[in-house]
Structure formats: structure tokens, C-alpha cells
Ligand binder design. Structure first.
Ligand SMILES: Cc1cc2nc3c(=O)[nH]c(=O)nc-3n(C[C@H](O)[C@H](O)[C@H](O)COP(=O)(O)OP(=O)(O)OC[C@H]3O[C@@H](n4cnc5c(N)ncnc54)[C@H](O)[C@@H]3O)c2cc1C
Ligand SMILES: C[S@@+](CC[C@H](N)C(=O)[O-])C[C@H]1O[C@@H](n2cnc3c(N)ncnc32)[C@H](O)[C@@H]1O
Length: 648
């Protein structure tokens, strides 16, 4: 079967002499060796007004770029920001690249530029696996954010809600690459500009100028750099257009979080709670995280859990989110320094499997005679991950069960099972996971949590004694279930872990015993484990995942479905979406839950998404994907199509 074309194509650069990067695809150089740095600084950093904003101490500086290329403009912008900004200044940089360059080539390139190398290394240490969509990279403890959109700029821009004050229009020569200067793209650029936003380009081609003028940009020619005759700057004199975001995703009704407005309470310290705690603490928020069971003692407490891929023939919301979150998680892992074992061999897929037609770059997997090997996927101890995430001076872990949440004015007070109450908190985040064994007295009383379309799914794992043959296993094996190699440095024990069953209902009395046997019998399919026997069972463990009908998490504000119904009751039939009121939310109450079977992989991007919503930042994923993650999506779908009641 012919593989489907990937949605983006990673490219190699050629080196003309050691220092000049050349694109065989566009048959053009990215920048010239002798003058590249000065030229980029002159044309873009100065021409777009970025340097003025930096020097004038503008607090929030935003830059957009068409053509990330080899990242020179970004590196120069970041370097200037590091050298000249004051502590209050922030930089948000949005860049789009249809043909991203592979990391090894960028390392090789910047080796030849010692002045730029330290800044280039900051970028390259976070450079993502080259998959389509938005990637968020964070620098200088959050003072600089890079949203790197991989794919066609014109297709990605409508999927992102932001405006910038400076634009770098840096496609190759318009004659070689008209796509990067098309009317459609400039139309999108105008929609992402503010009144007086300034753009710069090295080209002064007549049709480029005319396209810009038609969109209310006022053009000024500047002398070109070096031998070049002219380049342009353009000032947007139009007005900002109304948001295209559907009202239920707009942040109009949200209570935005501010570090000075009091602490934030998180209920639950599993993968979900610890991820959002870490992300918010890094942004300067004081966090109180409540859990009576100590850190990660429920679903997130297995001695090992996998971070794995989800493949699909065609991109769908699950494969897209699983891909985006895996790539984001791998970047988190790079910086957390927590023991992990890389390499997953999936024996359920073969060379001819259509599932292989994924958007991962070819370097992300290797065909093996037994299946497909993913060198970057692997396993770790999820509790250790949660503990590491919570090591921050702004996070306090409070070993208490929360019994109730009371609204006091704009703030909240938590009633604890011990009878105490919390200090007032500005926001509450519910990261409770599933615990069907809790009695009614132990459950957190909150009527709205009971309206969520989630259900617990029982899962069992077993530990088994190794034998000389099983000890030859060096990598995680995955088919329907999974088997771990011995890895005491991760698991804290000298056994193999076999997992995991998946069962929502029909739990038999002797289920645990039946499942242990089943897991051991199934593991025998792998040659290394062919000699394990039921007598090798050391222990079994049952846990509960919290799943949603579409198997994607719930991320966003807590909502009351009845208020939502009355707000939108008749609105969906016949009304223009833009005329509908903003989503009514429970201000200051948030959800990050329903991580299902993929809490390790999903939690870190889910947390970035929630933090972006809470602080009014641009989302780190495309809007059409966020629609499949929003906490109120089932309620909204039910209102739009009552006959398709996905809640049932
Ligand atoms: C058998 C099994 C195998 C799995 N394998 C994998 C895997 O290989 N890879 C993977 O990515 N995922 C795996 N998962 C899924 C993963 O474990 C979950 O997605 C993840 O643990 C969910 O995290 P959470 O934080 O939402 O929930 P939890 O980890 O359950 O955390 C919720 C926390 O909330 C606390 N809490 C509840 N009520 C209150 C209250 N009233 N007050 C204060 N605190 C409260 C609980 O004590 C608990 O610690 C597996 C799950 C199971 C069951
Ligand atoms: C001259 S290079 C950019 C150099 C880059 N600004 C730098 O500082 O390294 C032009 C880039 O535009 C990219 N490009 C071309 N068409 C594009 C499109 N439609 N969307 C996004 N990127 C595009 C090319 O792949 C190429 O990497």
C-alpha cells in the first residue's frame, strides 16, 4: 500500500561552503554567510519596529513570522531580547514553516556561528519532533514564548487566535515561492494585525506591495541591504477584525488568573493535577494542591506507565492530540531529568500496515522484523513524574481530602474532610480522576461534577517473576497489552510489569484472579516471555481510568449544562454563530480530567492548554483540535444535535 503523503515534509539543507545554508527545494539560500546576520537584523528586527519596541521597554512584544527557515531571525530576536530587555518585558513570537529543517542540520549550521551558538542551543534543546500543527516552546522561565506552527501558514493562521505588533515576511524570493506572498496569506496576516502593526520584507516586488496596500497596509520603501536596491516596511492602518472564535471558546466570560490575585487550589495530585500545578507555578502562581492519599496514589500510581503513540490511517482528533501531546511530553521529559526507559516495540503493526501512514517523521520509527520500533517512546514511573513536577517553591502539597467548595464573593473556600477550611483561593481546578470505590461521605460534593459525561474504566496490571529468557527482554513490548523489561531503577522492583486490562462493566467477583491469568497467558505470545507461568505472579493491582465518550480529555471551564441550555436554547437553529452570547461558565472553576488510558502523554499538553485559557494566552494547539478537548463540548454538541445525544 502506498503511504499517504504526510501533512508536512521535513527537509535537509545543503551547505554551500561550511556556513551558507541552501534549500535544494527552493533552490535558494536561507541567508548569505558574509552578511546574513546584519541583513536580517536590518531588514526584519529594525524594519518591523521590533528593536524600537525592545528599546522603548514595551512590556508585551509580539512578533509574527512567515518562514521560520533555519531560525536565524528568531535566534537574533531572542539574542537581542536576552541582551537588552528589562525583567518586566515579555516576548511572544509566532512563526510558521511549511518545510521545517531537521535538527541535525541546524546544529551543524550554528556550529559555524560561535556568536549565535548559545542562543541557537536554547532553541535546539527544545526543537520539536517535526509533526504538523502548533508547538509551544518556552524560554527564559516563561518570559519568551515561541509558537512554532508547522504547516502552510495560510492554513494554520485561521486556526490560531492572536495578533502581533511586528511581522517578518521572510519567504524565499516571491518569484520562487509565491505561496509565501499570496493575497490569501496577506488577508490572514491583516486579520492577525493591530492598528499600526508594522511588517517588514526584503522584497519590494510591485505585486507584493499592491496586495498589502489593498489590505490597508501603508508601504514605505527603505534602501535595501548591501547590494540590494530596496526593501519595504508596511504599517497596518486597518482596524482589528472581530474574533472568529466561536462564542463557547471565547474567553470573554472567563475569570482570568493573575499571580497577584491569591493562590490557586488544585484538587487531586495525579498526572493531571501535578501537570497543571507545574505549569502554573512556572508562570508565577502560588499553588495549593490537595490530596488525602499523598502524591499520585490512585490511577497514577503504577510502578511503570508508557508514553506511546496512537496511530491512525487518517488524521483524526485522537491521533492529532495524541501526536501533539506526545511531542510536547518528550520535550518536558528532556528537561525534567527523570529516569525513563526508551524504546517501544509494537508487535501489532507491520511494514504494510496502513496505520503506518502517520504524520510522524520517518526518523521517529524503524521497521523491525517483529513490528515497528519507536525509539523515543518508552516507560517511566508516573508517581515519580508527579513528584518531580511538584518540586517548586510556589507549590504546597496539602494531604487533605476536599469535601466541598464554597464560593465567597469572587473567591472560593474549600471545606476539608478534617473539618478545617482553606484560606480563600482565587481559582479551583478539579483534577480528581476516577475513584468508584469512594463512599458518598468521602466524595467531593459538587452537583456539577456529577453532570460530566465521564465513566470509570477498570484496569489491572500484574508483576511477575523473571526467568533467564525473560531477562533478555530489553525493550517494552506492546500488542493488545504491554510487557516491561526489568528496570528496577524506574519501577523500584525486580519484576516484569504486564498490563493492562480495560473493562467498564460486568466485573466478576473473581475478576482480579481471572485478569492476572489472562495477562500472563497473553504475555506468552512474545518469545522472551514464552516461559512465564501463572505461578510466577508476584502481585496484581487494580486502578480506574476516567474516560469520556470520545476518549479525549475535558479541559477548560466548569459549566452548568442547565445554564448553558437556557443561554443557547433556541440559538443554534438559524442564528449566526458570531451573534451568540459567550459561553456561560462557573467563573474561576476549571477542569482537567478524563485522561483515560493516556495520562502520561496527555497531561503535559492538557496542562499548557488549561494554563493558556486561564491566563488569556494563545492556545498551544489549533482551534479545530481544541473543539475536541473543550470541557463543555458534550453539552454544546447535545444542544446542536439533540438527536445525537453523545452524553448517553
Ligand atoms: C491499569 C492502568 C494502566 C495504565 N497505564 C497507562 C500507561 O501505560 N500510560 C498512560 O499514559 N496512562 C496509563 N493509564 C492511565 C493513567 O494512569 C491515567 O490517565 C492517569 O493516572 C489519570 O490521572 P489523574 O490525575 O486524572 O487521576 P488520578 O491519578 O486518579 O488522580 C486523581 C487524584 O485525585 C485525588 N482526589 C480524589 N478526590 C479527592 C478529593 N475530594 N480531595 C482531594 N483529592 C482527591 C485522588 O486521591 C487522586 O490522587 C493507566 C491506567 C490504569 C488504571
Ligand atoms: C528565506 S526562508 C526563511 C528564513 C528564516 N526566516 C530564518 O530566519 O532562517 C523562507 C522559508 O519560508 C518557508 N515557506 C515557504 N512557503 C511557506 C508557506 N506557505 N508557509 C510557511 N512557510 C513557508 C520555506 O520553507 C523557507 O523555510
Amino acid at each position: 500500500m502506498k503511504p499517504r503523503e504526510k501533512r508536512i515534509q521535513a527537509v535537509r539543507i545543503e551547505f554551500r561552503d561550511q556556513r551558507t545554508p541552501y534549500s535544494p527545494l527552493f533552490q535558494d539560500i536561507y541567508f548569505s554567510t558574509s552578511t546574513g546576520v546584519e541583513e536580517s537584523s536590518y531588514v526584519y528586527l529594525e524594519g518591523s519596529g521590533f528593536m524600537d519596541s525592545l528599546q522603548n521597554k514595551t512590556q508585551k512584544i509580539s512578533v509574527g513570522e512567515i518562514g521560520f527557515g533555519v531560525g536565524l531571525n528568531f535566534i537574533l530576536t531572542l539574542k537581542n531580547f536576552i541582551e537588552h530587555s528589562s525583567h518586566e518585558q515579555r516576548l511572544t513570537y509566532y512563526s510558521f514553516e511549511k518545510f521545517p529543517v531537521v535538527k541535525e542540520d541546524l546544529y551543524q549550521l550554528y556550529d559555524a556561528y560561535p556568536d549565535l551558538k548559545p542562543t541557537a542551543e536554547l532553541l535546539l534543546s527544545q526543537y520539536p519532533v517535526l509533526t504538523p500543527g502548533v508547538h509551544l516552546l518556552i524560554f527564559l522561565g516563561g518570559r519568551v514564548k515561541l509558537y512554532l506552527g508547522l504547516g502552510d501558514a495560510q492554513a494554520l493562521l485561521p486556526q490560531m487566535e492572536f495578533t502581533v505588533n511586528h511581522w517578518y515576511w521572510d519567504g524565499f524570493a516571491p518569484s520562487r515561492n509565491p505561496d509565501a506572498f499570496s493575497e490569501g496569506l496577506f488577508h490572514e496576516i491583516a486579520l492577525h494585525s493591530n492598528h499600526h502593526t508594522q511588517g517588514a520584507s526584503f522584497t519590494a516586488a510591485g505585486w507584493v506591495r499592491r496586495s498589502l496596500e489593498l489590505l490597508s497596509f501603508q508601504i514605505a520603501k527603505r534602501p535595501g541591504f548591501g547590494q540590494k536596491r530596496e526593501c519595504i516596511t508596511a504599517t497596518f492602518l486597518g482596524s482589528q477584525k472581530p474574533s472568529r472564535t466561536p462564542p463557547w471558546f471565547s474567553n470573554q466570560e472567563l475569570k482570568l488568573a493573575h499571580p497577584d490575585a491569591g493562590p490557586i487550589a488544585i484538587i487531586g495530585s495525579g498526572l493531571a493535577g501535578s501537570a497543571i500545578a507545574q505549569v502554573l507555578a512556572k508562570r508565577g502562581f502560588r499553588i495549593q494542591i490537595y490530596d488525602p492519599n499523598g502524591v499520585a496514589n490512585r490511577a497514577s500510581s503504577n510502578s511503570a506507565a508508557l508514553f506511546n503513540t496512537q496511530l491512525s490511517k487518517l488524521p483524526n482528533p485522537i491521533s492529532r492530540f495524541s501526536q501533539a501531546s506526545l511531542v510536547h511530553f518528550l520535550s518536558e521529559l528532556e528537561h525534567l531529568h527523570i529516569p525513563n526507559k526508551r524504546g517501544i516495540l509494537r508487535t501489532d503493526h507491520t511494514e504494510t500496515d496502513p496505520l503506518l501512514n502517520s504524520d510522524y517523521p520517518d526518523s521517529f520509527y524503524k521497521l523491525d522484523e517483529r513490528g515497528i520500533f519507536f525509539p523515543d517512546c518508552g516507560m517511566l514511573n508516573p508517581r515519580e513524574l508527579c513528584k518531580k513536577r511538584l518540586l517548586h517553591h510556589l507549590i504546597s502539597v496539602i494531604p487533605e481530602r476536599v469535601a466541598g467548595v464554597k464560593k465567597i464573593g469572587e473567591d472560593f473556600e474549600l471545606t476539608l474532610q478534617s473539618g478545617k477550611t482553606s484560606e480563600p483561593v482565587a481559582h479551583v481546578i478539579y483534577a480528581l480522576g476516577a475513584d468508584p470505590k469512594l463512599s458518598d461521605q468521602e466524595k467531593l460534593t459538587h452537583p456539577l461534577l456529577d453532570t460530566l459525561p465521564t465513566r470509570p474504566i477498570r484496569g489491572q496490571t500484574v508483576l511477575i517473576q523473571s526467568n533467564p529468557l525473560s531477562e533478555t527482554l530489553k525493550t517494552v513490548l506492546v500488542e493488545e497489552g504491554y510487557a516491561s523489561p526489568l528496570a528496577p531503577e524506574i519501577t523500584g522492583h525486580p519484576y516484569h510489569l504486564l498490563g493492562a486490562t480495560y473493562q467498564a462493566k460486568g466485573i466478576a467477583e473473581n475478576q482480579e484472579e481471572m485478569d492476572s491469568e489472562k495477562l500472563i497467558q497473553e504475555a506468552k505470545r512474545w518469545p522472551e516471555l514464552s516461559e512465564v507461568e501463572v505461578k510466577d505472579l508476584i502481585s496484581s493491582k487494580v486502578g480506574y481510568r476516567l474516560s469520556t465518550p470520545d476518549k479525549l480529555p475535558l479541559i477548560g471551564p466548569l459549566c452548568d449544562p442547565e445554564v448553558l441550555k437556557s443561554t443557547y436554547a433556541h440559538a443554534f437553529r438559524g442564528s449566526k454563530v458570531s451573534d451568540l452570547p459567550a459561553l456561560p461558565v462557573c467563573k474561576g472553576e476549571w477542569l482537567i480530567t478524563g485522561l483515560g488510558s493516556r495520562g502520561v502523554t496527555y497531561s503535559s499538553l492538557a496542562a499548557e492548554i488549561l494554563a493558556a485559557l486561564m491566563t488569556g494566552d494563545t492556545l498551544p494547539i489549533e482551534m479545530d483540535l481544541f473543539e475536541h478537548l473543550h470541557s463543555a463540548r458534550f453539552f454544546i454538541r447535545n444542544l446542536k444535535k439533540p438527536e445525537l445525544n453523545s452524553n448517553s
